[in-house]
Design a protein around this ligand. Sequence first.
Ligand SMILES: NC(=O)c1ccc[n+]([C@@H]2O[C@H](COP(=O)([O-])OP(=O)(O)OC[C@H]3O[C@@H](n4cnc5c(N)ncnc54)[C@H](O)[C@@H]3O)[C@@H](O)[C@H]2O)c1
Length: 389
Amino acid sequence: MTSPRIALVGANGHGRWHRRVIGPLHDAGQVRLVALVDTAPIEPEPAAPVPAGVPVFTDHRTMLADVTPDVVVICTPPHTHLRIARDAVTAGADVLLEKPPVLSTTEHQELAGALTTTGRVVQVGFQALGSAALTALTAAVSAGRVGTVSGIATVAAWQRPDAYYARAPWAGRRLLDGRPVLDGALANPLAHAVMQCLAVAEAVGGGPVQPVSIEVERYRVRPIEVDDTAVLRVRPRHGPPIVAAVTLAGEDFIAGEVIVTGDAGRAVLEYPTDRLLLPGEGTAAAVPGRRGLLENLLDHRADPRVSLIAPLARTAPFTAVLTALQAAPTPTLLDGELVDTVGAGPQRVLRVRGVNEVLHRVAEEGRLPSELGVPWAIAPWRTDLVGQE
Ligand SMILES: NC(=O)c1ccc[n+]([C@@H]2O[C@H](COP(=O)([O-])OP(=O)(O)OC[C@H]3O[C@@H](n4cnc5c(N)ncnc54)[C@H](O)[C@@H]3O)[C@@H](O)[C@H]2O)c1
């Protein structure tokens, strides 16, 4: 059997990380890199030099027609995903599509329809779903280690400097050229936190998560169009509420905790580091091991009995959240005494005073800032999905 022929669309930015994943697989003969595509010149990646003779394209359609790859990795800005993914599966390729896969439930349904028509698959770039620590958490929850689960929550506090928002034309934008981009904390950098919670909710509810209501409070400390601080509560048809409390304007760093609370205790997974604390254990322990999404896609192609880790269908509730965000009002600006500044120039960071304490309380109590009486909190934006799922 010849090794699958693979193309990467969007080769700079996070695409360089994909080049570092593809490089060793290419060198080992497990895949053959047959094309790179980028509208900008390809930046050098010393850890994964482009193999000699690999053509570079500026248009994915020309590439699909010229090299007909078996697998396409798509790492372009979110608002370009649907078109490129649809073209790739129509051309006969399976796809590894970066998160957020698409920006609305309508787009999700369109891409899902293209998969049904073509018989191809899309794996979505939620790489933390491949973590052994997440599997250990869901196994412990299913085995009753936390008892009856009353809440699933995530809390994360990061800092993003001015340079982050200056790096790409779509950074911090709700719309670009009239098309939704939705580059907020929930939709993009902290999307993994939300998706990890949804994965736990699948285990607790015993099946796909069907949101019946989505509430969100969104805030920002910068002249951006999206949130840098957000609190989300999803109520699913089955199982407990899911709460995400995240910021890119944090005081102290919280990498990202997924907290599962039950009547027999609580479990905490620090998802970026795969450290897990289960009830009855004194300290969190590293649970190493991650199955790579590209390797898993290749295994699935070779043997369909191997399940995909992050098939498009699994991301439907995540995209339902984005659909609700599309309709939500512009995030409320927090400024004046509420915000302090650290550093200068491109590395300047803005922080919301007291935000870590608020986010911790939200995650602990499952209540939104407005329900906790936080002075700067606004009423949540609410979307009901009853009958739509
Ligand atoms: N899984 C993760 O942890 C993770 C981390 C970072 C980024 N991402 C995702 O990766 C994607 C890209 O993010 P980024 O930060 O690298 O963006 P970026 O804007 O820095 O880079 C995207 C690249 O795509 C190219 N590009 C844009 N439009 C194109 C088109 N139509 N055809 C070909 N190339 C095109 C750009 O020139 C650029 O080189 C986003 O969906 C982002 O959310 C995922």
